[in-house]
Design a protein. Sequence first.
Length: 566
Amino acid sequence: MVKKNRTLFFILLISLHFIAFNSCKQTNNPYQIEKDIVVSKAGISTAHPSATSIGVDILKKGGNSIDAAIAVQFALAVCYPVAGNIGGGGFMVYRDENGEAITLDFREKAPLLATEKMYQDEKGEIIKGLSTEGILAVGVPGSVAGMEAAFEKYSKLKNWEILVQPAVELAENGFKLTANQAKNLNSSKEKFIRNNPNLESPFTQSTPHKEGDLFIQKELANTLRQILKNKAKGFYSGEIGSTLVAQMKASGGLITQNDLDSYESKWRNPISFEYKDYTIHSMPPPSSGGIILAQLFNAVDDHQFQGFHSTEDMHIIIEAEKRAYSDRAHFMGDADFFPIPVDELTSKEYMDIRMSNFSSEMASLSDSIEHGTIESEETTHFSIVDEYGTAVSLTTTLNGAYGSKVIADGGYLLNNEMDDFSSRVGFPNMYGLVGAEVNKIEPEKRMLSSMTPTIIEYKGELFMVIGTPGGSTIITSVFQACINVMEYEMPMAEAIHSCRFHHQWKPKEVFYEQDCLNNKVIEGLKEKGHDLKTRSAIGRMEGILVTKKGYEIAADNRGDDHAAGY
Ligand code: DON
Protein backbone atom coordinates (compact mmCIF):
# COMPACT_ATOMS: atom_id res chain seq x y z
CA MET A 1 0.00 0.00 0.00
CA VAL A 2 2.81 2.34 1.02
CA LYS A 3 4.69 1.39 -2.15
CA LYS A 4 1.61 2.06 -4.33
CA ASN A 5 1.14 5.49 -2.74
CA ARG A 6 4.77 6.30 -3.30
CA THR A 7 4.54 5.32 -7.00
CA LEU A 8 1.44 7.50 -7.38
CA PHE A 9 3.27 10.35 -5.68
CA PHE A 10 6.17 10.11 -8.14
CA ILE A 11 3.85 9.95 -11.14
CA LEU A 12 2.15 13.09 -9.82
CA LEU A 13 5.47 14.79 -9.26
CA ILE A 14 6.69 13.98 -12.75
CA SER A 15 3.39 15.18 -14.27
CA LEU A 16 3.56 18.43 -12.31
CA HIS A 17 7.14 18.92 -13.39
CA PHE A 18 6.11 18.29 -17.01
CA ILE A 19 3.21 20.74 -16.80
CA ALA A 20 5.35 23.37 -15.09
CA PHE A 21 8.17 22.94 -17.60
CA ASN A 22 5.84 23.23 -20.56
CA SER A 23 3.90 26.19 -19.24
CA CYS A 24 7.23 27.85 -18.53
CA LYS A 25 8.29 27.12 -22.09
CA GLN A 26 5.01 28.61 -23.30
CA THR A 27 5.57 31.96 -21.66
CA ASN A 28 9.28 32.20 -22.40
CA ASN A 29 9.32 30.80 -25.86
CA PRO A 30 10.50 32.02 -28.37
CA TYR A 31 11.85 34.89 -26.29
CA GLN A 32 13.48 35.21 -22.92
CA ILE A 33 11.17 37.70 -21.28
CA GLU A 34 12.14 39.95 -18.34
CA LYS A 35 9.46 41.75 -16.41
CA ASP A 36 11.46 43.43 -13.69
CA ILE A 37 15.11 44.46 -13.83
CA VAL A 38 17.37 47.04 -12.20
CA VAL A 39 20.02 48.73 -14.36
CA SER A 40 22.47 51.53 -13.72
CA LYS A 41 22.73 53.40 -17.02
CA ALA A 42 19.83 53.04 -19.43
CA GLY A 43 16.82 50.88 -20.12
CA ILE A 44 13.60 50.32 -22.01
CA SER A 45 10.35 48.45 -21.65
CA THR A 46 8.07 47.83 -24.61
CA ALA A 47 5.28 45.45 -25.59
CA HIS A 48 7.57 43.17 -27.62
CA PRO A 49 11.01 41.65 -26.90
CA SER A 50 12.33 42.37 -30.42
CA ALA A 51 11.44 46.05 -30.13
CA THR A 52 13.04 46.26 -26.70
CA SER A 53 16.29 44.70 -28.01
CA ILE A 54 16.41 47.04 -30.99
CA GLY A 55 15.96 50.04 -28.69
CA VAL A 56 18.69 48.86 -26.30
CA ASP A 57 21.10 48.36 -29.24
CA ILE A 58 20.54 51.96 -30.29
CA LEU A 59 21.22 53.16 -26.73
CA LYS A 60 24.43 51.09 -26.65
CA LYS A 61 25.51 52.69 -29.94
CA GLY A 62 25.40 56.05 -28.16
CA GLY A 63 21.87 57.02 -29.11
CA ASN A 64 19.72 59.00 -26.70
CA SER A 65 16.16 58.20 -25.63
CA ILE A 66 14.78 59.91 -28.75
CA ASP A 67 16.96 57.80 -31.07
CA ALA A 68 15.83 54.67 -29.26
CA ALA A 69 12.18 55.78 -29.38
CA ILE A 70 12.32 56.23 -33.16
CA ALA A 71 13.90 52.80 -33.65
CA VAL A 72 11.34 51.23 -31.30
CA GLN A 73 8.37 52.95 -33.00
CA PHE A 74 9.43 51.52 -36.40
CA ALA A 75 10.27 48.11 -34.90
CA LEU A 76 6.85 47.86 -33.23
CA ALA A 77 5.21 48.61 -36.59
CA VAL A 78 6.75 45.29 -37.71
CA CYS A 79 6.79 43.02 -34.67
CA TYR A 80 3.70 44.28 -32.86
CA PRO A 81 1.27 44.96 -35.72
CA VAL A 82 -1.77 44.87 -33.44
CA ALA A 83 -0.89 48.40 -32.31
CA GLY A 84 2.64 49.34 -33.37
CA ASN A 85 2.37 51.30 -36.54
CA ILE A 86 3.36 53.60 -39.33
CA GLY A 87 -0.29 53.90 -40.36
CA GLY A 88 -1.46 55.34 -37.04
CA GLY A 89 -0.41 58.03 -34.61
CA GLY A 90 0.50 58.78 -31.04
CA PHE A 91 1.91 61.09 -28.42
CA MET A 92 5.31 61.46 -26.79
CA VAL A 93 6.48 63.21 -23.65
CA TYR A 94 10.21 63.98 -23.62
CA ARG A 95 12.29 65.32 -20.76
CA ASP A 96 15.80 66.49 -21.58
CA GLU A 97 18.95 66.35 -19.46
CA ASN A 98 18.21 69.82 -18.06
CA GLY A 99 14.75 68.85 -16.89
CA GLU A 100 12.84 70.63 -19.67
CA ALA A 101 9.72 68.70 -20.66
CA ILE A 102 7.98 68.94 -24.02
CA THR A 103 5.41 66.83 -25.85
CA LEU A 104 5.03 65.75 -29.46
CA ASP A 105 1.57 65.28 -30.93
CA PHE A 106 1.58 62.96 -33.94
CA ARG A 107 -2.10 62.14 -33.63
CA GLU A 108 -4.05 61.30 -36.78
CA LYS A 109 -6.29 63.95 -38.35
CA ALA A 110 -9.68 63.79 -40.02
CA PRO A 111 -9.29 63.88 -43.81
CA LEU A 112 -10.18 67.14 -45.61
CA LEU A 113 -13.24 65.44 -47.07
CA ALA A 114 -14.56 64.28 -43.67
CA THR A 115 -17.93 65.60 -42.56
CA GLU A 116 -19.65 65.87 -39.21
CA LYS A 117 -22.34 63.30 -40.02
CA MET A 118 -20.31 60.89 -42.13
CA TYR A 119 -21.17 57.94 -39.89
CA GLN A 120 -24.93 58.70 -39.69
CA ASP A 121 -27.75 57.67 -42.03
CA GLU A 122 -30.45 60.09 -43.29
CA LYS A 123 -32.36 59.67 -40.04
CA GLY A 124 -29.32 60.58 -37.99
CA GLU A 125 -28.84 57.00 -36.81
CA ILE A 126 -25.28 55.74 -36.49
CA ILE A 127 -24.33 53.25 -39.22
CA LYS A 128 -22.84 50.40 -37.25
CA GLY A 129 -19.18 49.64 -37.79
CA LEU A 130 -18.45 52.48 -40.23
CA SER A 131 -16.18 54.37 -37.85
CA THR A 132 -14.45 51.25 -36.54
CA GLU A 133 -13.75 48.96 -39.49
CA GLY A 134 -12.91 49.51 -43.14
CA ILE A 135 -11.58 52.33 -45.23
CA LEU A 136 -13.82 55.13 -43.88
CA ALA A 137 -12.56 54.60 -40.33
CA VAL A 138 -9.06 55.73 -41.27
CA GLY A 139 -7.60 59.04 -40.10
CA VAL A 140 -4.57 60.64 -41.78
CA PRO A 141 -1.59 58.83 -40.23
CA GLY A 142 0.87 60.83 -38.12
CA SER A 143 3.56 58.44 -36.88
CA VAL A 144 6.16 58.82 -39.62
CA ALA A 145 5.94 62.63 -39.59
CA GLY A 146 6.23 62.50 -35.80
CA MET A 147 9.36 60.37 -35.89
CA GLU A 148 11.04 62.71 -38.37
CA ALA A 149 10.16 65.75 -36.23
CA ALA A 150 11.61 64.06 -33.13
CA PHE A 151 14.74 63.11 -35.07
CA GLU A 152 15.35 66.63 -36.43
CA LYS A 153 14.97 68.29 -33.04
CA TYR A 154 16.59 65.90 -30.57
CA SER A 155 18.48 63.00 -32.18
CA LYS A 156 21.97 62.51 -30.80
CA LEU A 157 23.13 59.96 -33.35
CA LYS A 158 21.90 62.15 -36.22
CA ASN A 159 21.78 59.05 -38.37
CA TRP A 160 18.23 58.23 -39.54
CA GLU A 161 19.28 55.08 -41.43
CA ILE A 162 20.67 53.43 -38.29
CA LEU A 163 17.30 53.97 -36.61
CA VAL A 164 15.11 52.57 -39.39
CA GLN A 165 17.35 49.75 -40.65
CA PRO A 166 16.55 47.30 -37.80
CA ALA A 167 12.83 47.53 -38.63
CA VAL A 168 13.56 46.92 -42.33
CA GLU A 169 15.50 43.78 -41.40
CA LEU A 170 12.81 42.61 -39.00
CA ALA A 171 10.20 42.90 -41.75
CA GLU A 172 12.43 41.38 -44.44
CA ASN A 173 13.73 38.42 -42.42
CA GLY A 174 10.75 38.01 -40.12
CA PHE A 175 10.38 37.69 -36.36
CA LYS A 176 9.08 34.80 -34.29
CA LEU A 177 5.47 35.03 -33.19
CA THR A 178 4.67 34.64 -29.52
CA ALA A 179 1.77 32.39 -28.57
CA ASN A 180 -0.38 35.45 -27.85
CA GLN A 181 0.41 36.95 -31.22
CA ALA A 182 -0.35 33.77 -33.14
CA LYS A 183 -3.70 33.46 -31.36
CA ASN A 184 -4.56 37.11 -31.97
CA LEU A 185 -3.70 36.97 -35.66
CA ASN A 186 -5.74 33.79 -36.14
CA SER A 187 -8.78 35.24 -34.42
CA SER A 188 -8.64 38.41 -36.56
CA LYS A 189 -8.16 36.58 -39.87
CA GLU A 190 -11.81 36.77 -40.90
CA LYS A 191 -11.81 40.52 -40.44
CA PHE A 192 -8.59 40.87 -42.45
CA ILE A 193 -10.11 38.86 -45.31
CA ARG A 194 -13.38 40.82 -45.14
CA ASN A 195 -11.54 44.14 -45.42
CA ASN A 196 -8.86 43.04 -47.86
CA PRO A 197 -10.50 40.64 -50.31
CA ASN A 198 -8.10 39.14 -52.83
CA LEU A 199 -5.04 40.30 -50.91
CA GLU A 200 -2.23 37.83 -50.41
CA SER A 201 -0.56 38.74 -47.18
CA PRO A 202 0.74 37.13 -43.99
CA PHE A 203 -2.36 38.56 -42.28
CA THR A 204 -4.76 36.72 -44.59
CA GLN A 205 -2.84 33.46 -45.17
CA SER A 206 -4.93 30.31 -44.92
CA THR A 207 -2.57 28.31 -42.68
CA PRO A 208 -3.08 29.21 -39.03
CA HIS A 209 -0.18 30.91 -37.27
CA LYS A 210 1.61 29.15 -34.43
CA GLU A 211 3.95 30.21 -31.69
CA GLY A 212 7.52 30.38 -33.02
CA ASP A 213 6.48 30.83 -36.69
CA LEU A 214 8.50 33.37 -38.63
CA PHE A 215 6.28 36.31 -39.60
CA ILE A 216 7.78 37.84 -42.75
CA GLN A 217 6.46 41.12 -44.25
CA LYS A 218 8.28 41.79 -47.56
CA GLU A 219 5.97 44.60 -48.68
CA LEU A 220 6.31 46.35 -45.36
CA ALA A 221 10.10 46.01 -45.65
CA ASN A 222 9.89 47.82 -48.98
CA THR A 223 7.78 50.62 -47.48
CA LEU A 224 10.21 50.98 -44.59
CA ARG A 225 13.08 51.17 -47.10
CA GLN A 226 11.39 54.18 -48.70
CA ILE A 227 11.11 55.75 -45.24
CA LEU A 228 14.75 54.90 -44.56
CA LYS A 229 15.79 56.67 -47.79
CA ASN A 230 13.49 59.69 -47.73
CA LYS A 231 12.22 60.02 -44.14
CA ALA A 232 8.59 61.22 -43.94
CA LYS A 233 8.56 62.13 -47.65
CA GLY A 234 9.16 58.46 -48.39
CA PHE A 235 5.85 57.69 -46.70
CA TYR A 236 3.59 60.66 -47.52
CA SER A 237 4.80 61.32 -51.09
CA GLY A 238 6.31 59.28 -53.86
CA GLU A 239 5.29 55.72 -54.53
CA ILE A 240 3.99 54.89 -51.02
CA GLY A 241 1.83 58.02 -50.74
CA SER A 242 0.36 57.74 -54.22
CA THR A 243 -0.39 54.04 -53.75
CA LEU A 244 -2.33 54.83 -50.57
CA VAL A 245 -4.26 57.60 -52.34
CA ALA A 246 -5.08 55.27 -55.24
CA GLN A 247 -6.26 52.59 -52.81
CA MET A 248 -8.45 55.15 -51.01
CA LYS A 249 -9.99 56.24 -54.30
CA ALA A 250 -10.61 52.69 -55.45
CA SER A 251 -12.29 51.61 -52.23
CA GLY A 252 -14.32 54.68 -51.26
CA GLY A 253 -11.88 56.15 -48.72
CA LEU A 254 -11.44 59.87 -48.13
CA ILE A 255 -7.70 60.46 -47.80
CA THR A 256 -6.19 62.43 -50.69
CA GLN A 257 -2.65 63.53 -51.57
CA ASN A 258 -3.55 66.94 -50.08
CA ASP A 259 -4.15 65.27 -46.71
CA LEU A 260 -0.81 63.50 -46.85
CA ASP A 261 1.08 66.61 -47.99
CA SER A 262 -0.41 68.82 -45.30
CA TYR A 263 0.01 66.47 -42.32
CA GLU A 264 2.27 67.93 -39.63
CA SER A 265 3.07 66.73 -36.14
CA LYS A 266 3.07 69.41 -33.43
CA TRP A 267 5.30 70.21 -30.47
CA ARG A 268 3.13 71.22 -27.54
CA ASN A 269 3.76 72.26 -23.97
CA PRO A 270 2.90 69.48 -21.53
CA ILE A 271 0.18 69.66 -18.93
CA SER A 272 2.47 70.09 -15.91
CA PHE A 273 1.21 70.16 -12.34
CA GLU A 274 2.35 69.55 -8.79
CA TYR A 275 1.24 66.82 -6.40
CA LYS A 276 2.98 67.02 -3.02
CA ASP A 277 6.74 66.95 -3.89
CA TYR A 278 6.13 65.60 -7.38
CA THR A 279 5.90 67.43 -10.68
CA ILE A 280 3.93 65.56 -13.30
CA HIS A 281 4.26 66.19 -17.04
CA SER A 282 1.63 64.64 -19.26
CA MET A 283 -0.17 65.03 -22.56
CA PRO A 284 -2.25 68.12 -23.40
CA PRO A 285 -5.20 68.16 -25.86
CA PRO A 286 -6.04 66.60 -28.22
CA SER A 287 -5.45 64.05 -25.47
CA SER A 288 -7.62 64.28 -22.41
CA GLY A 289 -4.94 62.36 -20.48
CA GLY A 290 -3.00 65.19 -18.86
CA ILE A 291 -6.07 67.20 -17.84
CA ILE A 292 -7.86 64.25 -16.28
CA LEU A 293 -4.70 63.06 -14.54
CA ALA A 294 -4.36 66.52 -12.98
CA GLN A 295 -8.01 66.44 -11.93
CA LEU A 296 -7.60 63.04 -10.28
CA PHE A 297 -4.48 64.10 -8.38
CA ASN A 298 -6.16 67.34 -7.29
CA ALA A 299 -9.15 65.37 -6.03
CA VAL A 300 -7.04 63.20 -3.70
CA ASP A 301 -4.54 65.86 -2.65
CA ASP A 302 -5.90 66.11 0.89
CA HIS A 303 -7.01 62.51 1.22
CA GLN A 304 -5.36 60.33 3.87
CA PHE A 305 -4.56 57.13 1.98
CA GLN A 306 -5.51 53.99 3.92
CA GLY A 307 -3.87 51.26 1.85
CA PHE A 308 -3.87 49.57 -1.55
CA HIS A 309 -7.43 48.69 -2.61
CA SER A 310 -8.92 49.82 0.68
CA THR A 311 -12.60 50.70 0.43
CA GLU A 312 -11.96 54.33 1.44
CA ASP A 313 -9.22 54.91 -1.15
CA MET A 314 -11.11 53.18 -3.94
CA HIS A 315 -14.27 55.10 -3.12
CA ILE A 316 -12.69 58.54 -3.44
CA ILE A 317 -10.78 57.54 -6.59
CA ILE A 318 -13.97 56.23 -8.23
CA GLU A 319 -15.88 59.40 -7.29
CA ALA A 320 -13.08 61.58 -8.69
CA GLU A 321 -13.06 59.54 -11.91
CA LYS A 322 -16.80 60.01 -12.40
CA ARG A 323 -16.46 63.77 -12.18
CA ALA A 324 -13.35 64.01 -14.35
CA TYR A 325 -14.77 61.79 -17.12
CA SER A 326 -18.02 63.76 -17.14
CA ASP A 327 -15.86 66.85 -17.80
CA ARG A 328 -14.02 64.94 -20.52
CA ALA A 329 -17.30 64.29 -22.33
CA HIS A 330 -18.33 67.93 -22.16
CA PHE A 331 -15.21 70.05 -22.49
CA MET A 332 -12.58 68.12 -24.37
CA GLY A 333 -11.56 67.83 -28.01
CA ASP A 334 -8.91 69.32 -30.28
CA ALA A 335 -7.90 72.64 -28.73
CA ASP A 336 -6.73 73.86 -32.15
CA PHE A 337 -10.42 73.93 -33.14
CA PHE A 338 -12.27 74.80 -29.98
CA PRO A 339 -11.05 76.51 -26.82
CA ILE A 340 -10.65 74.17 -23.85
CA PRO A 341 -10.52 75.77 -20.38
CA VAL A 342 -7.34 73.86 -19.49
CA ASP A 343 -6.15 76.14 -16.67
CA GLU A 344 -9.52 76.07 -14.93
CA LEU A 345 -10.03 72.32 -15.32
CA THR A 346 -6.59 71.53 -13.93
CA SER A 347 -6.78 73.98 -11.02
CA LYS A 348 -7.06 72.77 -7.44
CA GLU A 349 -9.93 75.20 -6.79
CA TYR A 350 -11.99 73.77 -9.64
CA MET A 351 -11.60 70.19 -8.43
CA ASP A 352 -12.41 71.26 -4.87
CA ILE A 353 -15.73 72.56 -6.17
CA ARG A 354 -16.31 69.39 -8.21
CA MET A 355 -15.64 67.24 -5.11
CA SER A 356 -17.64 69.45 -2.73
CA ASN A 357 -20.65 67.09 -3.01
CA PHE A 358 -18.43 64.03 -2.43
CA SER A 359 -19.70 61.85 0.40
CA SER A 360 -17.34 59.42 2.07
CA GLU A 361 -20.42 57.29 2.83
CA MET A 362 -22.32 57.12 -0.43
CA ALA A 363 -21.55 56.75 -4.13
CA SER A 364 -23.05 59.45 -6.34
CA LEU A 365 -25.16 58.36 -9.30
CA SER A 366 -23.52 58.98 -12.66
CA ASP A 367 -26.79 60.48 -13.93
CA SER A 368 -26.72 63.00 -11.11
CA ILE A 369 -23.26 64.20 -12.12
CA GLU A 370 -23.16 66.98 -14.65
CA HIS A 371 -20.02 68.40 -16.13
CA GLY A 372 -18.59 71.29 -14.10
CA THR A 373 -19.30 74.89 -14.93
CA ILE A 374 -16.61 77.27 -15.92
CA GLU A 375 -16.87 80.85 -16.78
CA SER A 376 -16.06 81.33 -20.04
CA GLU A 377 -8.92 47.46 -27.05
CA GLU A 378 -5.09 48.06 -28.66
CA THR A 379 -2.54 50.65 -28.30
CA THR A 380 1.00 50.33 -27.11
CA HIS A 381 3.29 52.27 -24.84
CA PHE A 382 7.03 52.32 -24.25
CA SER A 383 9.25 54.00 -21.69
CA ILE A 384 12.93 54.80 -22.14
CA VAL A 385 15.77 56.31 -20.09
CA ASP A 386 19.26 56.84 -21.48
CA GLU A 387 22.80 57.46 -20.22
CA TYR A 388 22.48 61.21 -20.78
CA GLY A 389 19.61 61.68 -18.35
CA THR A 390 16.88 62.14 -20.95
CA ALA A 391 13.64 60.17 -20.96
CA VAL A 392 10.86 59.33 -23.39
CA SER A 393 7.33 58.21 -22.60
CA LEU A 394 5.51 57.34 -25.82
CA THR A 395 2.07 55.89 -26.50
CA THR A 396 1.18 54.97 -30.07
CA THR A 397 -1.80 53.30 -31.66
CA LEU A 398 -3.94 52.20 -34.55
CA ASN A 399 -6.85 52.54 -32.07
CA GLY A 400 -8.58 49.13 -32.11
CA ALA A 401 -6.63 45.89 -32.56
CA TYR A 402 -5.02 46.11 -36.05
CA GLY A 403 -6.91 49.42 -36.53
CA SER A 404 -9.41 49.46 -39.40
CA LYS A 405 -8.18 45.97 -40.43
CA VAL A 406 -7.43 47.53 -43.82
CA ILE A 407 -3.93 46.69 -45.04
CA ALA A 408 -2.48 49.46 -47.18
CA ASP A 409 -0.92 48.38 -50.45
CA GLY A 410 2.47 49.05 -48.86
CA GLY A 411 1.89 46.19 -46.42
CA TYR A 412 1.11 48.29 -43.32
CA LEU A 413 -2.09 48.49 -41.30
CA LEU A 414 -4.29 51.58 -41.32
CA ASN A 415 -5.80 53.01 -38.15
CA ASN A 416 -9.49 53.29 -37.20
CA GLU A 417 -8.90 56.42 -35.18
CA MET A 418 -11.95 58.24 -36.63
CA ASP A 419 -14.01 56.38 -34.01
CA ASP A 420 -12.44 58.58 -31.32
CA PHE A 421 -14.51 61.51 -32.61
CA SER A 422 -18.11 61.85 -31.45
CA SER A 423 -19.89 60.20 -34.39
CA ARG A 424 -22.95 61.93 -32.96
CA VAL A 425 -23.12 64.03 -29.81
CA GLY A 426 -23.74 61.71 -26.86
CA PHE A 427 -23.29 58.49 -28.88
CA PRO A 428 -20.71 56.22 -27.20
CA ASN A 429 -17.60 55.19 -29.16
CA MET A 430 -15.99 51.74 -28.99
CA TYR A 431 -14.74 52.48 -25.47
CA GLY A 432 -18.17 53.63 -24.31
CA LEU A 433 -16.95 57.23 -24.20
CA VAL A 434 -19.44 59.93 -25.05
CA GLY A 435 -18.47 63.33 -26.38
CA ALA A 436 -19.92 66.71 -27.20
CA GLU A 437 -19.82 69.28 -30.04
CA VAL A 438 -16.22 70.06 -29.14
CA ASN A 439 -15.21 66.59 -30.39
CA LYS A 440 -17.40 66.50 -33.51
CA ILE A 441 -15.82 65.54 -36.84
CA GLU A 442 -14.31 68.44 -38.79
CA PRO A 443 -11.80 68.36 -41.65
CA GLU A 444 -8.19 68.36 -40.44
CA LYS A 445 -9.21 68.10 -36.80
CA ARG A 446 -7.56 65.67 -34.36
CA MET A 447 -9.87 63.29 -32.51
CA LEU A 448 -9.93 63.36 -28.70
CA SER A 449 -7.65 60.80 -27.08
CA SER A 450 -7.11 59.23 -23.67
CA MET A 451 -3.46 58.40 -24.25
CA THR A 452 -1.42 59.53 -21.26
CA PRO A 453 2.34 59.20 -21.70
CA THR A 454 3.71 60.70 -18.50
CA ILE A 455 7.03 61.68 -16.93
CA ILE A 456 7.27 62.51 -13.23
CA GLU A 457 9.88 64.36 -11.20
CA TYR A 458 10.46 64.14 -7.46
CA LYS A 459 11.88 67.34 -5.98
CA GLY A 460 12.99 68.37 -9.45
CA GLU A 461 14.79 65.12 -10.38
CA LEU A 462 13.61 62.46 -12.84
CA PHE A 463 11.49 59.96 -10.90
CA MET A 464 9.22 57.91 -13.11
CA VAL A 465 8.37 57.26 -16.79
CA ILE A 466 5.00 55.63 -17.27
CA GLY A 467 2.16 54.92 -19.69
CA THR A 468 -0.18 52.24 -21.01
CA PRO A 469 -2.69 51.30 -23.69
CA GLY A 470 -6.30 50.59 -22.74
CA GLY A 471 -8.60 53.12 -24.44
CA SER A 472 -10.66 54.95 -21.86
CA THR A 473 -8.93 53.07 -19.02
CA ILE A 474 -5.52 54.53 -19.86
CA ILE A 475 -5.80 57.57 -17.63
CA THR A 476 -7.17 55.75 -14.59
CA SER A 477 -4.49 53.05 -14.99
CA VAL A 478 -1.68 55.60 -15.11
CA PHE A 479 -3.16 57.32 -12.07
CA GLN A 480 -3.33 54.04 -10.10
CA ALA A 481 0.25 53.10 -10.96
CA CYS A 482 1.40 56.54 -9.76
CA ILE A 483 -0.58 56.24 -6.52
CA ASN A 484 0.80 52.71 -6.02
CA VAL A 485 4.32 54.14 -6.05
CA MET A 486 3.78 57.54 -4.44
CA GLU A 487 1.31 56.59 -1.71
CA TYR A 488 1.67 52.82 -1.24
CA GLU A 489 5.44 52.83 -1.83
CA MET A 490 5.39 49.90 -4.22
CA PRO A 491 8.38 49.15 -6.44
CA MET A 492 7.78 49.75 -10.15
CA ALA A 493 6.98 46.16 -11.14
CA GLU A 494 4.49 45.64 -8.31
CA ALA A 495 2.82 48.97 -9.09
CA ILE A 496 2.35 47.82 -12.67
CA HIS A 497 1.44 44.19 -12.07
CA SER A 498 -1.12 44.95 -9.35
CA CYS A 499 -4.79 44.68 -10.26
CA ARG A 500 -6.61 47.72 -11.58
CA PHE A 501 -10.12 49.14 -11.56
CA HIS A 502 -11.82 51.81 -13.62
CA HIS A 503 -14.79 54.19 -13.70
CA GLN A 504 -15.51 56.57 -16.57
CA TRP A 505 -18.73 58.28 -15.44
CA LYS A 506 -20.80 56.46 -18.05
CA PRO A 507 -21.58 53.56 -17.91
CA LYS A 508 -22.35 53.62 -14.20
CA GLU A 509 -20.34 50.54 -13.19
CA VAL A 510 -16.92 50.33 -11.58
CA PHE A 511 -14.97 47.80 -13.65
CA TYR A 512 -12.25 45.70 -12.06
CA GLU A 513 -9.96 42.94 -13.22
CA GLN A 514 -11.08 39.40 -12.45
CA ASP A 515 -9.94 38.11 -9.03
CA CYS A 516 -8.66 41.57 -8.24
CA LEU A 517 -10.57 42.60 -5.14
CA ASN A 518 -11.20 40.77 -1.92
CA ASN A 519 -14.74 40.20 -0.70
CA LYS A 520 -14.46 42.71 2.13
CA VAL A 521 -13.69 45.55 -0.29
CA ILE A 522 -16.36 44.43 -2.73
CA GLU A 523 -18.94 44.44 0.08
CA GLY A 524 -17.66 47.78 1.39
CA LEU A 525 -18.01 49.40 -2.01
CA LYS A 526 -21.45 47.87 -2.59
CA GLU A 527 -22.60 49.22 0.76
CA LYS A 528 -21.64 52.68 -0.41
CA GLY A 529 -23.82 52.15 -3.47
CA HIS A 530 -21.24 51.29 -6.17
CA ASP A 531 -22.14 48.87 -8.95
CA LEU A 532 -19.21 46.56 -9.61
CA LYS A 533 -18.43 44.47 -12.66
CA THR A 534 -15.43 42.29 -13.53
CA ARG A 535 -13.74 42.59 -16.89
CA SER A 536 -10.68 41.38 -18.81
CA ALA A 537 -7.18 42.76 -18.24
CA ILE A 538 -6.93 46.52 -17.97
CA GLY A 539 -3.94 48.03 -19.80
CA ARG A 540 -0.37 46.89 -20.49
CA MET A 541 1.92 49.28 -18.65
CA GLU A 542 5.59 49.96 -19.16
CA GLY A 543 7.29 51.90 -16.39
CA ILE A 544 10.67 53.06 -15.18
CA LEU A 545 11.36 54.21 -11.65
CA VAL A 546 14.49 55.98 -10.49
CA THR A 547 15.63 54.48 -7.19
CA LYS A 548 18.78 54.47 -5.07
CA LYS A 549 19.61 51.02 -6.52
CA GLY A 550 19.34 52.24 -10.10
CA TYR A 551 16.59 52.32 -12.71
CA GLU A 552 13.82 49.82 -12.02
CA ILE A 553 12.59 48.87 -15.50
CA ALA A 554 9.27 47.05 -15.44
CA ALA A 555 7.14 45.46 -18.14
CA ASP A 556 3.52 44.48 -17.64
CA ASN A 557 2.91 40.80 -16.91
CA ARG A 558 -0.40 40.96 -18.76
CA GLY A 559 1.39 40.31 -22.09
CA ASP A 560 4.72 39.54 -23.78
CA ASP A 561 6.13 42.90 -22.68
CA HIS A 562 9.86 42.90 -22.07
CA ALA A 563 12.26 45.08 -20.07
CA ALA A 564 15.97 45.38 -20.80
CA GLY A 565 18.86 47.71 -20.16
CA TYR A 566 22.41 47.91 -18.91
O1 DON B 1 -6.54 57.65 -28.38
C1 DON B 1 -7.23 56.93 -27.69
O2 DON B 1 -7.65 57.23 -26.60
C2 DON B 1 -7.55 55.55 -28.21
N1 DON B 1 -7.49 55.54 -29.64
C3 DON B 1 -6.61 54.58 -27.60
C4 DON B 1 -6.93 53.16 -27.98
C5 DON B 1 -6.37 52.16 -27.07
O3 DON B 1 -5.71 52.44 -26.11
C6 DON B 1 -6.71 50.76 -27.37
N2 DON B 1 -5.96 49.88 -26.52
N3 DON B 1 -6.21 49.03 -25.83
